[in-house]
Ligand binder design. Structure first.
Ligand code: HEM
Length: 272
């Protein structure tokens, strides 16, 4: 066994096949960056799957462990998109036409990540109409428990007899007694935030390269992408923050936060 045999490097390096003729210099960058994303998406799905199993088995810290790996990957993916800023609009225009109608719309794994998290929009099935096996793959993800449902299962187990919103508030107010679940909840917030940040970085790069042109996948391009920026997989985890202002030392969400006295030197500052 050698490095190359184990990692199948030869086969992997044959997978970058520019379509432009003669090959445009920047097409290799375009292919490599998308392939690299898809490889990381593969790992993300692998880790999200096991995080979900851990939630079902109530192994909360293990679920957090795998969510943390996912968010580290997302951190990388956030910055990776900027490599494309070294490709000028003129250069991309020279080979963009050959891509049509291929588009990020058809990234099955991206949609699977969204579906697994809980962002399920059946309309995206249409982009896989020509590929029934892909449509089926997405439908399979659509029929599985979402990460959010997995999390709610653990939450209800920890705080029985109350509604989800109340249970979440109890968790955030009593986080020191529920550190494992609190850390898991915050890793889901990281996941959601990083996904939203990626969308923003992507749309910035897209406007820089194609301006207001329509997308190769048939959308309005930047105008469409901007409509996705407010999507959240776990809205309740964002809402709970506003509930925490009420009733803590007279501080409410609508009133300005009280000025704190200077903390005494040393010691671990309290969370609230
Ligand atoms: C030159 C670089 C890029 C341009 C000009 C571009 C442009 C676009 C446009 C216009 C759309 C909207 C759909 C359409 O009509 O085609 C889109 C969607 C998308 N792109 Fe890109 N993109 C670029 C790079 C990337 C990269 C590197 C990735 C990494 C995987 C990516 C992933 C996606 C995904 C997942 C969507 C679907 C987003 C959603 O529906 O929420 N794109 N892209």
């Amino acid at each position: 066994m050698t490095y190359g045999d184990y990692l199948r490097i030869r086969e992997m390096l044959e997978l970058q096949q520019p379509q432009s003729d003669p090959p445009h210099h920047d097409e290799l960058l375009f292919i490599v960056i998308h392939q690299a994303y898809e490889l990381w998406f593969k790992l993300m799905l692998h880790e999200l799957d096991v995080a979900m199993t851990c939630m079902v088995e109530r192994k909360v810290l293990r679920a957090h462990h795998f969510m943390r790996r996912v968010t580290r990957v997302q951190d990388l993916l956030l910055h990776q998109i900027h490599v494309l800023e070294t490709m000028s609009p003129q250069e991309f225009a020279e080979f963009r036409d050959i891509l049509r109608p291929a588009s990020g719309f058809q990234s099955l794994q991206f949609r699977e990540i969204e579906f697994l998290a809980g962002l399920r929009d059946e309309a995206y099935m249409n982009f896989f109409a020509q590929r029934p096996e892909m449509q089926q793959g997405l439908r399979d993800y659509g029929s599985r428990k979402t990460l959010w449902e997995g999390f709610l299962g653990v939450l209800t187990h920890r705080f029985p007899g109350v509604g989800h919103e109340e249970a979440l508030e109890l968790l955030y107010r009593n986080y020191e007694a529920n550190v494992d679940l609190y850390m898991l909840a915050e890793s889901l917030v990281d996941f959601d935030a990083l996904l939203a940040q990626w969308r923003y970085h992507h749309v910035m790069v897209v406007s820089r390269i194609i301006g207001e042109l329509p997308g190769t996948g048939g959308s309005e391009g930047v105008a469409y992408l901007k409509t996705t920026l407010e999507r959240r997989a776990f809205p309740m985890l964002w809402q709970v923050r506003s509930r925490l202002g009420d009733g803590v030392a007279g501080w409410s969400a609508s009133a300005p936060a009280p000025r704190r006295e200077d903390p005494p030197g040393g010691g671990c500052p309290l969370g609230h």
